[in-house]
Ligand binder design. Structure first.
Ligand code: AMP
Length: 405
Protein backbone atom coordinates (compact mmCIF):
# COMPACT_ATOMS: atom_id res chain seq x y z
CA UNK A 1 0.00 0.00 0.00
CA UNK A 2 1.28 3.50 -0.73
CA UNK A 3 0.38 6.83 0.84
CA UNK A 4 -1.65 7.58 -2.30
CA UNK A 5 -4.35 5.11 -1.18
CA UNK A 6 -4.92 6.67 2.19
CA UNK A 7 -7.16 9.55 1.15
CA UNK A 8 -4.75 12.42 1.79
CA UNK A 9 -4.67 15.65 -0.23
CA UNK A 10 -1.92 16.64 -2.59
CA UNK A 11 -0.42 19.26 -0.27
CA UNK A 12 0.02 16.67 2.47
CA UNK A 13 1.32 13.98 0.11
CA UNK A 14 3.85 16.49 -1.16
CA UNK A 15 5.32 16.89 2.33
CA UNK A 16 5.53 13.10 2.70
CA UNK A 17 7.40 12.90 -0.61
CA UNK A 18 9.73 15.69 0.53
CA UNK A 19 10.55 13.59 3.59
CA UNK A 20 11.17 10.50 1.44
CA UNK A 21 8.57 8.40 3.24
CA UNK A 22 7.79 5.69 0.68
CA UNK A 23 5.33 3.42 2.41
CA UNK A 24 3.04 3.99 5.36
CA UNK A 25 3.97 2.08 8.51
CA UNK A 26 1.56 -0.50 9.98
CA UNK A 27 0.01 1.95 12.41
CA UNK A 28 -0.38 4.56 9.67
CA UNK A 29 -2.09 2.08 7.32
CA UNK A 30 -4.53 1.10 10.00
CA UNK A 31 -5.21 4.36 11.78
CA UNK A 32 -5.27 7.00 9.01
CA UNK A 33 -8.40 5.74 7.16
CA UNK A 34 -10.30 5.26 10.43
CA UNK A 35 -9.42 8.73 11.66
CA UNK A 36 -10.40 10.25 8.31
CA UNK A 37 -13.77 8.49 8.57
CA UNK A 38 -14.40 10.42 11.78
CA UNK A 39 -14.39 7.53 14.23
CA UNK A 40 -12.71 7.51 17.63
CA UNK A 41 -9.53 5.45 17.83
CA UNK A 42 -7.72 3.74 20.69
CA UNK A 43 -4.34 2.71 19.33
CA UNK A 44 -1.54 0.73 20.91
CA UNK A 45 1.66 1.98 19.35
CA UNK A 46 5.12 2.76 20.60
CA UNK A 47 7.47 5.57 19.75
CA UNK A 48 9.35 4.59 16.62
CA UNK A 49 6.40 3.02 14.82
CA UNK A 50 5.46 6.20 12.97
CA UNK A 51 2.58 6.88 15.36
CA UNK A 52 2.96 10.66 15.26
CA UNK A 53 2.28 10.80 11.53
CA UNK A 54 -0.54 8.29 12.07
CA UNK A 55 -2.55 10.92 13.90
CA UNK A 56 -1.02 14.15 12.59
CA UNK A 57 -1.57 13.44 8.87
CA UNK A 58 -5.34 12.81 9.12
CA UNK A 59 -5.72 15.78 11.49
CA UNK A 60 -4.01 18.00 8.92
CA UNK A 61 -6.26 16.56 6.23
CA UNK A 62 -9.42 17.26 8.19
CA UNK A 63 -8.49 20.78 9.24
CA UNK A 64 -7.07 21.59 5.83
CA UNK A 65 -10.25 20.78 3.91
CA UNK A 66 -12.56 22.64 6.28
CA UNK A 67 -10.13 25.47 6.70
CA UNK A 68 -11.69 28.49 8.30
CA UNK A 69 -10.13 31.53 9.90
CA UNK A 70 -9.28 30.71 13.49
CA UNK A 71 -10.80 33.09 16.01
CA UNK A 72 -8.66 34.64 18.74
CA UNK A 73 -7.44 32.15 21.38
CA UNK A 74 -9.20 29.27 19.58
CA UNK A 75 -7.71 25.95 18.51
CA UNK A 76 -8.96 23.31 16.06
CA UNK A 77 -7.14 20.24 17.36
CA UNK A 78 -5.60 19.60 20.73
CA UNK A 79 -2.79 17.09 21.22
CA UNK A 80 -1.99 16.32 24.84
CA UNK A 81 1.32 14.73 25.53
CA UNK A 82 3.28 13.88 28.72
CA UNK A 83 6.57 15.74 28.29
CA UNK A 84 8.08 18.90 26.94
CA UNK A 85 10.41 16.94 24.68
CA UNK A 86 7.56 15.05 23.12
CA UNK A 87 5.53 18.24 22.66
CA UNK A 88 8.43 19.89 20.85
CA UNK A 89 9.01 16.85 18.73
CA UNK A 90 5.38 16.46 17.68
CA UNK A 91 5.19 20.16 16.87
CA UNK A 92 8.32 19.81 14.76
CA UNK A 93 6.74 16.93 12.85
CA UNK A 94 3.54 18.92 12.35
CA UNK A 95 5.59 21.72 10.84
CA UNK A 96 7.20 19.30 8.41
CA UNK A 97 3.95 17.59 7.44
CA UNK A 98 2.00 20.85 7.10
CA UNK A 99 4.61 22.84 5.19
CA UNK A 100 2.48 22.97 2.02
CA UNK A 101 -0.71 23.95 3.85
CA UNK A 102 -1.67 27.13 5.67
CA UNK A 103 -2.28 25.36 8.94
CA UNK A 104 -0.60 26.66 12.06
CA UNK A 105 0.64 24.84 15.14
CA UNK A 106 2.21 25.58 18.48
CA UNK A 107 3.82 23.55 21.27
CA UNK A 108 3.25 24.69 24.84
CA UNK A 109 4.86 23.20 27.93
CA UNK A 110 6.02 24.16 31.38
CA UNK A 111 9.49 25.15 32.52
CA UNK A 112 9.71 28.11 30.16
CA UNK A 113 8.28 31.62 30.25
CA UNK A 114 4.50 31.59 29.83
CA UNK A 115 4.17 35.04 28.25
CA UNK A 116 5.35 34.21 24.68
CA UNK A 117 3.05 31.16 24.56
CA UNK A 118 0.16 33.33 25.72
CA UNK A 119 0.96 35.96 23.13
CA UNK A 120 1.15 33.42 20.34
CA UNK A 121 -2.24 31.97 21.31
CA UNK A 122 -3.97 35.33 20.85
CA UNK A 123 -4.18 34.83 17.07
CA UNK A 124 -5.57 31.31 17.48
CA UNK A 125 -3.78 28.16 16.36
CA UNK A 126 -5.00 25.24 14.26
CA UNK A 127 -3.15 22.54 16.20
CA UNK A 128 -2.02 22.99 19.76
CA UNK A 129 0.40 20.46 21.27
CA UNK A 130 0.47 20.75 25.03
CA UNK A 131 1.49 19.17 28.28
CA UNK A 132 -1.55 19.03 30.59
CA UNK A 133 -0.21 21.17 33.46
CA UNK A 134 0.85 24.12 31.33
CA UNK A 135 -2.34 23.96 29.30
CA UNK A 136 -4.40 24.27 32.48
CA UNK A 137 -2.35 27.31 33.53
CA UNK A 138 -3.23 28.94 30.23
CA UNK A 139 -6.88 27.93 30.51
CA UNK A 140 -7.06 29.43 33.98
CA UNK A 141 -5.58 32.65 32.65
CA UNK A 142 -8.19 32.64 29.88
CA UNK A 143 -5.43 32.57 27.28
CA UNK A 144 -7.07 29.73 25.35
CA UNK A 145 -10.68 28.70 24.62
CA UNK A 146 -11.78 25.27 23.55
CA UNK A 147 -15.07 25.93 21.74
CA UNK A 148 -13.58 25.25 18.28
CA UNK A 149 -11.83 21.98 19.20
CA UNK A 150 -12.86 19.29 16.73
CA UNK A 151 -10.24 16.65 17.51
CA UNK A 152 -8.54 15.62 20.73
CA UNK A 153 -5.45 13.41 20.84
CA UNK A 154 -4.10 11.85 24.01
CA UNK A 155 -0.61 10.80 23.05
CA UNK A 156 1.31 8.36 25.26
CA UNK A 157 -1.80 8.17 27.42
CA UNK A 158 -0.29 5.47 29.64
CA UNK A 159 2.62 7.75 30.51
CA UNK A 160 0.40 10.70 31.25
CA UNK A 161 -1.48 8.48 33.71
CA UNK A 162 1.80 7.13 35.15
CA UNK A 163 2.99 10.67 35.68
CA UNK A 164 -0.11 11.51 37.70
CA UNK A 165 -1.79 13.72 35.09
CA UNK A 166 -5.22 12.10 35.46
CA UNK A 167 -6.74 15.03 37.38
CA UNK A 168 -5.38 17.58 34.93
CA UNK A 169 -6.67 15.51 32.01
CA UNK A 170 -10.13 15.29 33.52
CA UNK A 171 -10.24 19.02 34.10
CA UNK A 172 -9.29 19.60 30.47
CA UNK A 173 -11.72 17.00 29.08
CA UNK A 174 -14.54 18.59 31.07
CA UNK A 175 -13.98 21.87 29.24
CA UNK A 176 -13.85 20.51 25.70
CA UNK A 177 -16.85 20.59 23.36
CA UNK A 178 -19.03 17.46 23.65
CA UNK A 179 -19.00 16.77 19.93
CA UNK A 180 -15.48 16.03 18.93
CA UNK A 181 -13.32 13.15 17.71
CA UNK A 182 -11.14 11.39 20.27
CA UNK A 183 -7.87 9.68 19.46
CA UNK A 184 -5.92 7.89 22.12
CA UNK A 185 -2.41 6.57 21.52
CA UNK A 186 -0.62 4.55 24.13
CA UNK A 187 2.41 2.24 24.22
CA UNK A 188 0.36 -0.15 26.34
CA UNK A 189 -3.36 -0.52 26.74
CA UNK A 190 -3.72 -1.00 30.46
CA UNK A 191 -7.04 -1.07 32.26
CA UNK A 192 -6.63 2.55 33.31
CA UNK A 193 -5.99 3.58 29.69
CA UNK A 194 -9.13 1.72 28.61
CA UNK A 195 -11.08 3.41 31.39
CA UNK A 196 -9.88 6.79 30.16
CA UNK A 197 -10.83 5.93 26.58
CA UNK A 198 -14.24 4.77 27.72
CA UNK A 199 -14.71 7.90 29.76
CA UNK A 200 -14.11 10.28 26.90
CA UNK A 201 -15.99 8.30 24.24
CA UNK A 202 -18.92 7.88 26.60
CA UNK A 203 -19.01 11.50 27.54
CA UNK A 204 -18.92 12.63 23.92
CA UNK A 205 -21.51 10.01 22.98
CA UNK A 206 -19.22 8.82 20.20
CA UNK A 207 -19.88 5.37 18.88
CA UNK A 208 -17.46 2.78 20.27
CA UNK A 209 -13.86 3.60 19.55
CA UNK A 210 -12.04 1.40 17.09
CA UNK A 211 -9.05 -0.37 18.58
CA UNK A 212 -5.88 -0.43 16.53
CA UNK A 213 -2.98 -2.57 17.57
CA UNK A 214 0.36 -3.05 15.89
CA UNK A 215 2.08 -5.90 17.62
CA UNK A 216 5.04 -4.44 19.54
CA UNK A 217 6.03 -7.90 20.83
CA UNK A 218 7.12 -8.98 17.42
CA UNK A 219 9.18 -5.87 16.97
CA UNK A 220 11.23 -6.47 20.09
CA UNK A 221 11.71 -10.12 19.22
CA UNK A 222 12.74 -9.64 15.62
CA UNK A 223 14.95 -6.61 15.38
CA UNK A 224 16.51 -6.11 18.75
CA UNK A 225 19.32 -8.17 20.17
CA UNK A 226 18.73 -8.19 23.89
CA UNK A 227 21.24 -9.35 26.47
CA UNK A 228 21.96 -8.76 30.10
CA UNK A 229 24.80 -8.85 32.59
CA UNK A 230 24.34 -9.51 36.26
CA UNK A 231 26.49 -7.03 38.10
CA UNK A 232 27.08 -5.57 41.54
CA UNK A 233 25.47 -2.15 41.89
CA UNK A 234 28.76 -0.47 42.74
CA UNK A 235 30.61 -1.78 39.71
CA UNK A 236 28.02 -0.67 37.17
CA UNK A 237 29.89 2.48 36.14
CA UNK A 238 33.17 0.56 35.72
CA UNK A 239 31.34 -2.04 33.64
CA UNK A 240 29.79 0.63 31.44
CA UNK A 241 33.18 2.31 30.90
CA UNK A 242 34.69 -1.06 30.07
CA UNK A 243 32.01 -1.85 27.49
CA UNK A 244 32.28 1.59 25.92
CA UNK A 245 36.06 1.47 25.70
CA UNK A 246 36.80 -2.18 25.05
CA UNK A 247 33.86 -2.88 22.80
CA UNK A 248 34.12 0.50 21.03
CA UNK A 249 30.53 1.44 21.67
CA UNK A 250 29.40 4.60 19.97
CA UNK A 251 26.13 6.53 20.20
CA UNK A 252 24.54 4.91 23.19
CA UNK A 253 21.47 5.94 25.15
CA UNK A 254 21.79 4.99 28.79
CA UNK A 255 18.73 4.82 31.01
CA UNK A 256 19.09 5.44 34.70
CA UNK A 257 16.46 5.73 37.44
CA UNK A 258 17.47 8.74 39.50
CA UNK A 259 18.50 12.21 38.44
CA UNK A 260 21.33 12.58 40.96
CA UNK A 261 22.67 9.20 39.83
CA UNK A 262 22.62 10.49 36.24
CA UNK A 263 24.79 13.47 37.18
CA UNK A 264 27.13 11.22 39.16
CA UNK A 265 27.52 8.81 36.26
CA UNK A 266 28.56 11.66 33.96
CA UNK A 267 31.37 12.43 36.45
CA UNK A 268 32.36 8.78 36.86
CA UNK A 269 32.62 8.33 33.10
CA UNK A 270 34.57 11.58 32.75
CA UNK A 271 37.17 10.25 35.21
CA UNK A 272 37.70 7.38 32.80
CA UNK A 273 37.99 9.70 29.85
CA UNK A 274 34.47 9.21 28.48
CA UNK A 275 32.50 12.31 27.66
CA UNK A 276 28.81 11.89 28.39
CA UNK A 277 25.98 14.21 29.27
CA UNK A 278 22.69 13.72 31.04
CA UNK A 279 19.13 14.91 30.67
CA UNK A 280 16.94 14.83 33.73
CA UNK A 281 14.28 16.83 35.50
CA UNK A 282 16.71 19.24 37.18
CA UNK A 283 17.97 20.61 33.89
CA UNK A 284 16.21 23.47 32.19
CA UNK A 285 14.18 22.78 29.09
CA UNK A 286 16.61 24.75 26.94
CA UNK A 287 19.53 22.77 28.32
CA UNK A 288 17.80 19.42 27.74
CA UNK A 289 16.99 20.34 24.17
CA UNK A 290 20.55 21.47 23.54
CA UNK A 291 21.98 18.21 24.85
CA UNK A 292 19.49 16.16 22.85
CA UNK A 293 20.36 18.06 19.67
CA UNK A 294 24.07 17.37 20.23
CA UNK A 295 23.35 13.69 20.69
CA UNK A 296 21.16 13.60 17.59
CA UNK A 297 23.81 15.39 15.57
CA UNK A 298 26.44 12.87 16.70
CA UNK A 299 28.48 15.50 18.59
CA UNK A 300 27.74 13.70 21.85
CA UNK A 301 28.18 9.94 21.88
CA UNK A 302 26.79 8.97 25.27
CA UNK A 303 23.48 10.28 26.54
CA UNK A 304 22.31 9.39 30.02
CA UNK A 305 18.62 9.90 30.60
CA UNK A 306 16.15 9.31 33.37
CA UNK A 307 13.02 7.47 32.24
CA UNK A 308 10.83 10.55 32.65
CA UNK A 309 13.15 12.90 30.76
CA UNK A 310 13.53 10.40 27.93
CA UNK A 311 9.87 9.71 27.41
CA UNK A 312 8.89 9.92 23.80
CA UNK A 313 12.23 11.24 22.58
CA UNK A 314 12.69 10.73 18.90
CA UNK A 315 16.40 10.24 18.62
CA UNK A 316 16.23 8.76 15.16
CA UNK A 317 18.32 5.72 14.33
CA UNK A 318 19.90 4.35 17.44
CA UNK A 319 22.02 1.23 17.53
CA UNK A 320 22.18 0.69 21.26
CA UNK A 321 20.38 1.35 24.52
CA UNK A 322 21.57 0.38 27.97
CA UNK A 323 19.33 -0.15 30.96
CA UNK A 324 21.89 0.93 33.53
CA UNK A 325 19.01 0.44 35.92
CA UNK A 326 16.37 -2.09 35.02
CA UNK A 327 12.97 -0.40 34.76
CA UNK A 328 10.23 -1.45 37.14
CA UNK A 329 7.60 -2.15 34.54
CA UNK A 330 7.83 -4.49 31.56
CA UNK A 331 6.07 -1.87 29.42
CA UNK A 332 8.81 0.62 30.23
CA UNK A 333 11.44 -1.93 29.22
CA UNK A 334 9.71 -2.56 25.89
CA UNK A 335 9.31 1.14 25.33
CA UNK A 336 12.97 1.85 26.03
CA UNK A 337 14.42 -0.86 23.87
CA UNK A 338 11.97 0.07 21.11
CA UNK A 339 14.19 3.07 20.45
CA UNK A 340 16.62 0.80 18.68
CA UNK A 341 16.02 -1.50 15.76
CA UNK A 342 13.70 0.89 13.98
CA UNK A 343 12.58 0.49 10.42
CA UNK A 344 14.20 -2.89 9.93
CA UNK A 345 17.63 -1.96 11.32
CA UNK A 346 19.04 -4.17 14.05
CA UNK A 347 19.50 -2.73 17.47
CA UNK A 348 21.02 -3.89 20.69
CA UNK A 349 19.60 -3.55 24.18
CA UNK A 350 21.78 -4.33 27.16
CA UNK A 351 20.52 -4.48 30.73
CA UNK A 352 22.54 -4.35 33.92
CA UNK A 353 20.80 -6.58 36.41
CA UNK A 354 21.73 -6.18 40.05
CA UNK A 355 20.66 -7.95 43.18
CA UNK A 356 17.07 -6.99 43.84
CA UNK A 357 16.20 -6.67 40.16
CA UNK A 358 15.27 -10.27 39.61
CA UNK A 359 11.61 -9.91 40.31
CA UNK A 360 11.41 -7.17 37.68
CA UNK A 361 13.42 -9.25 35.29
CA UNK A 362 10.97 -12.10 35.70
CA UNK A 363 8.07 -9.81 34.91
CA UNK A 364 9.89 -8.48 31.84
CA UNK A 365 10.75 -11.91 30.51
CA UNK A 366 7.29 -13.18 31.11
CA UNK A 367 5.86 -10.19 29.20
CA UNK A 368 8.33 -10.77 26.35
CA UNK A 369 7.63 -14.49 26.54
CA UNK A 370 11.32 -15.00 26.09
CA UNK A 371 14.47 -15.40 28.13
CA UNK A 372 16.98 -12.62 27.65
CA UNK A 373 20.45 -13.89 26.89
CA UNK A 374 22.92 -13.72 29.82
CA UNK A 375 26.48 -12.73 29.07
CA UNK A 376 29.56 -12.61 31.22
CA UNK A 377 32.24 -9.99 30.96
CA UNK A 378 35.63 -10.98 32.31
CA UNK A 379 36.45 -9.13 35.49
CA UNK A 380 32.86 -8.17 36.17
CA UNK A 381 31.46 -11.28 37.75
CA UNK A 382 29.25 -10.62 40.69
CA UNK A 383 30.83 -10.87 44.05
CA UNK A 384 27.62 -11.08 46.02
CA UNK A 385 25.43 -14.08 45.90
CA UNK A 386 22.62 -13.36 43.61
CA UNK A 387 19.59 -15.42 44.44
CA UNK A 388 19.90 -18.61 42.45
CA UNK A 389 17.95 -16.15 40.64
CA UNK A 390 15.82 -16.03 37.65
CA UNK A 391 16.74 -19.56 36.71
CA UNK A 392 14.51 -20.67 39.55
CA UNK A 393 11.56 -19.31 37.70
CA UNK A 394 12.32 -20.63 34.26
CA UNK A 395 11.40 -24.03 32.95
CA UNK A 396 14.59 -25.90 32.09
CA UNK A 397 13.82 -26.21 28.42
CA UNK A 398 13.74 -22.46 27.99
CA UNK A 399 17.08 -21.70 29.66
CA UNK A 400 19.79 -20.11 27.58
CA UNK A 401 23.43 -20.97 27.82
CA UNK A 402 25.67 -18.09 28.75
CA UNK A 403 27.37 -16.43 25.83
CA UNK A 404 30.23 -13.99 26.00
CA UNK A 405 30.41 -10.42 24.76
P1 AMP B 1 7.29 8.14 15.75
O1 AMP B 1 6.86 6.73 16.02
O2 AMP B 1 6.16 9.02 15.44
O3 AMP B 1 8.16 8.65 16.87
O4 AMP B 1 8.19 8.13 14.41
C1 AMP B 1 9.46 7.55 14.35
C2 AMP B 1 10.27 8.03 13.15
O5 AMP B 1 9.79 7.43 11.95
C3 AMP B 1 10.24 9.53 12.93
O6 AMP B 1 11.57 9.96 12.77
C4 AMP B 1 9.48 9.72 11.63
O7 AMP B 1 10.00 10.80 10.89
C5 AMP B 1 9.70 8.42 10.91
N1 AMP B 1 8.57 7.99 10.05
C6 AMP B 1 7.27 8.09 10.32
N2 AMP B 1 6.53 7.54 9.33
C7 AMP B 1 7.39 7.07 8.40
C8 AMP B 1 7.25 6.42 7.13
N3 AMP B 1 6.06 6.09 6.66
N4 AMP B 1 8.37 6.11 6.45
C9 AMP B 1 9.60 6.42 6.96
N5 AMP B 1 9.81 7.04 8.13
C10 AMP B 1 8.72 7.37 8.85
Amino acid sequence: MSFLNLGLSHSILQAITDLSYHTPTAIQKQAIPIILSGKDVVATAQTGTGKTAAFVLPILEKLHVTTKPRRAKRIGALILTPTRELATQIAHNIELYSQHTHLTSLPIYGGVDLAPQKKRLIEGVDILVATPGRLLDLVNQRAVHFDEVEILVLDEADRMLDMGSQDDLEKILARLPKYRQNLLFSATTTDSVRALAYEFSHETQSPDAIEVNTSPKQKTADNIKQWLITVDKDTKSALLSHLIQEHHWQRTLIFIEKKHAAAKLVEQLAKRGIIADAIHGDKSQAMREKILQRFKAGELQYLIATGVAARGLDIGELARVVNYDLPFKPEEYIHRIGRTGRAGATGEAISFVAKGDFKNLCAIESRLNKIIERRKIDGFEERKTVPLSILNYIPKAKRNTHGSA
